[in-house]
Design a protein around this ligand. Structure first.
Ligand code: Q9C
Ligand code: ZN
Length: 512
């Protein structure tokens, strides 16, 4: 059984960049790649991975998926000036060329194939490729949505050809529909393609009829294309887990893939200006962990979108950390999926009922009306109250998200205290009294007031209170350092005990 996690990163892929003003494309920046790598370094994840070098994908490999016309157009842009580049870029929906784009796109393909080789040869168990430009919107004959060559689709064809694979699963958790990948494998029974995507009843880009749940594949590929359209923004951890539990995982285990490829866009994460979703970085650890249970762990994660640099890089770290085998972090927040998510999930289950045993024996009615009604309401009602009413994500408030994420990541990455109860003896705690005093500053004003007034009230009646407070503060100190999760001491003062207990519950109440 193979072990180890490959990481593929080549700085050269940061040379592809936008040379003119274009508000549609200006979020696809080189820093997307460098920020991820810096963050991986800061968590000491890079040194734990097996470094696999990128290479250029060959023309032959690109032609596994793309037309020679498409390849030639891309090749011809290498020597163009800005004006010519602008003109060619204008032939596509949301794409820009730079003189280095062709070289970067070939490296992106090659990096992806290197990852497949590392996993299929048993050099590593799994891995991640950080690549630009991304791939999943790219089609046989066209660049689209920041994508030139379809890295993941080429990887699937390559794995079929080189390793004789008969069942490959592609999981596309990017917030956009990978319509390019859908078109390429629509009739192919050897590739199961799953994509969830912001859809909003076809209002969200790429606004295609064929992104809806009833596009199940064609011919021999019927049942092997699974679209889960999100008809509202603000989907969060619970919605993503419900999608995995009730749609993807049952089908994936039934399909029993020999290799899993992830079109790993993080624009489905919190703070992303495109996705407007609410899933926090640690949900990607869980998604990764579930997929690691398939195909004997043979999992290749390939970067697609993700435009909020902090959210993107934290989510990439969560993914790589999980690939390395670290325990998955606890999820917080609402754990029930919203109504609109349940509706989408039910509809895709109903659409796939004829093709999968896991759905066949269940009674799954279509639920076409629920979110359609709220969708129509939204248009007429100036103050609709959608389910995700007070979302953290807001277009103009990414700074707020940044502050949220900073605190949030600190909280989830700091070690959980052991189940251990501190106790004190009066001599030691009396000496400890001056040490934890600065901690009082960390309490909020009302808490300090309550603590202090209770302390003075008791002091008049009871001399031993000073000693008792010392014990309490010594325990509080241990709780805050996460050395213990609770403490017990002799105390004449109930008020002080309550203050410490309150502090305790604020920090750890939901963790144990
Ligand atoms: N009005 C990826 O995430 N938006 N691509 C176009 C046109 C393009 C996203 C909006 C978004 C492309 C890989
Ligand atoms: Zn995307």
């Amino acid at each position: 059984m193979a072990s180890g996690t490959a990481l593929i990163y080549d700085e050269e892929m940061t040379s592809h960049k936008l040379l003119w003003n274009d508000p549609v494309c200006d979020i696809e920046v080189p820093e997307r790649l460098s920020c991820c790598y810096e963050q991986l370094k800061s968590y000491h994840l890079v040194e734990r991975c097996v470094h696999v070098p990128a290479r250029e994908g060959s023309e032959e490999e690109i032609l596994l998926v793309h037309s020679s016309e498409h390849l030639e157009v891309a090749k011809s842009t290498q020597t163009m000036n800005e004006e010519e580049l602008r003109r060619v870029s204008g032939n596509y929906d949301a794409f820009y060329f730079h003189p280095s784009t062709y070289r970067c796109a070939r490296l992106a393909v090659g990096a992806t194939l290197q990852l497949v080789d590392a996993v299929m040869s048993g050099q590593v168990c799994n891995g991640m490729a950080l690549v630009r430009p991304p791939g999943h919107h790219s089609q046989r004959n066209a660049a689209n949505g920041f994508c030139l060559f379809n890295n993941v689709a080429i990887a699937a064809e390559y794995a079929k050809l080189k390793y004789g694979l008969q069942r490959i699963l592609i999981v596309d958790w990017d917030v956009h529909h990978g319509q390019g990948t859908q078109y390429i494998f629509e009739e192919d029974p050897s590739v199961l393609y799953f994509s969830w995507h912001r859809y909003e009843h076809q209002e969200f880009w790429p606004s295609l009829r064929e992104s809806d749940y009833d596009a199940v594949g064609l011919g021999k590929g019927k049942g092997l294309n699974i679209n889960l359209p999100w008809n509202q923004v603000g989907m969060g951890n619970a919605d993503y887990l419900a999608a995995f539990f009730h749609v993807l995982l049952p089908v994936a285990f039934e399909f029993d893939p020999e290799l899993v490829l992830v079109s790993s866009g993080y624009d489905s994460g919190i703070g992303d200006p495109e996705g407007q979703m609410n899933a926090t970085p640690e949900v990607f650890a869980h998604l990764t962990y579930f997929l690691m249970q398939l195909a004997s762990g043979k999992l290749c994660v390939i970067l697609e979108g993700g435009y909020h640099l902090k959210s993107l890089s934290e989510s990439v770290c969560m993914t790589v950390k999980t690939l390395l085998g670290d325990p998955v972090p606890q999820l917080t927040g609402e754990m029930a999926p919203c109504l609109s998510a349940v509706e989408s999930i039910q509809n895709v289950r109903a659409a796939h009922k004829p093709y999968w045993k896991c759905f066949m024996y269940e009674d799954i009615p279509f639920l076409q009306n629920v979110s359609t009604r709220s969708h129509l309401l939204k248009k007429t009602d100036p103050n609709p109250s959608p389910e995700h009413g007070s979302e953290i994500t807001n277009n103009k408030e990414t700074a707020k998200v940044e502050r949220f994420l900073k605190l949030h990541m600190k909280n989830i990455l700091s070690p959980v205290p052991p189940i251990k109860t501190a106790t004190t003896d009066s001599k030691v705690s009396a000496q400890l009294l001056p040490v934890p005093v600065p901690l009082i500053k960390e309490m909020d004003k009302t808490e300090v007031k309550a603590l202090v007034s209770a302390f003075y009230a008791d002091l008049v009646k009871e001399d031993k209170t000073l000693l008792s407070l010392g014990s309490m503060l010594a325990i509080l100190d241990k709780i805050l350092k996460k050395e213990v999760c609770s403490g017990i001491t002799e105390s004449p003062s109930a008020a002080v005990s309550v203050a410490v207990a309150l502090r305790h519950s604020i920090h750890f109440g939901f963790q144990r």
